[in-house]
Design a binder for this molecule. Structure first.
Ligand SMILES: [Zn+2]
Ligand SMILES: [Zn+2]
Length: 170
């Protein structure tokens, strides 16, 4: 779904997107409908301000405890889209400099809405594969889920850090 800069009228454009075909279902396990809104406003000849919203529910396996959990996404974002004819500055470099995070350079004066939605979804879930910030994860030794149960492995390690070394040497 492409929108050319020239198609955007003075008063801007608003899309309510019910089409779910853009969603990266292969990479992300979605357990709810996805709804998104995109608003485009001209900002001079070569620039467009894009603001949007994405709502859906995604299920993950926690990186620490491996339990699956659902996360509701309800995020909004803003991008400053700039058409740069000729040599386009590296768009992929955004992540490295947070100050430029909301600037995106385009090779042509057209906006690929679905591509932007996909990028934004991945930005929203980045580093969020934890069921909770305080997830205790699995015990490295016995493998139990420390959120649900507790074990004595850690205590053992603490009380006699050398006992294990000795054991291994035998
Ligand atoms: Zn967890
Ligand atoms: Zn343990």
């Amino acid at each position: 779904m492409k929108v050319r800069f020239g198609e955007i009228p003075e008063e801007g454009l608003r899309y309510e997107i019910n089409d779910e075909s853009w969603f990266p279902d292969r990479e992300l396990h979605r357990t709810g409908p996805v709804q998104s809104v995109i608003v485009l406003k001209r900002n001079g000849v070569d620039r467009v301000l894009l603001s949007g919203e994405i709502q859906t529910i995604i299920t993950f396996d926690c990186d620490r405890c491996t339990e699956s959990f659902s996360m509701e996404l309800d995020n909004s974002f803003e991008l400053d889209l700039e058409y740069v004819p000729g040599n386009v500055p590296e768009s992929g470099e955004h992540e490295c400099s947070p100050s430029e995070m909301d600037v995106m350079y385009l090779k042509e004066p057209a906006i690929d809405i679905f591509e932007i939605l996909i990028q934004q979804v991945f930005l929203m879930i980045f580093e969020k594969h934890l069921c909770s910030e305080s997830c205790k994860g699995l015990c490295l030794k016995c493998g139990i889920n420390l959120n649900l149960e507790s074990c004595d492995c850690k205590k053992e390690l603490k009380s006699s850090p050398f006992s294990i070394l000795k054991k291994n040497r035998k």
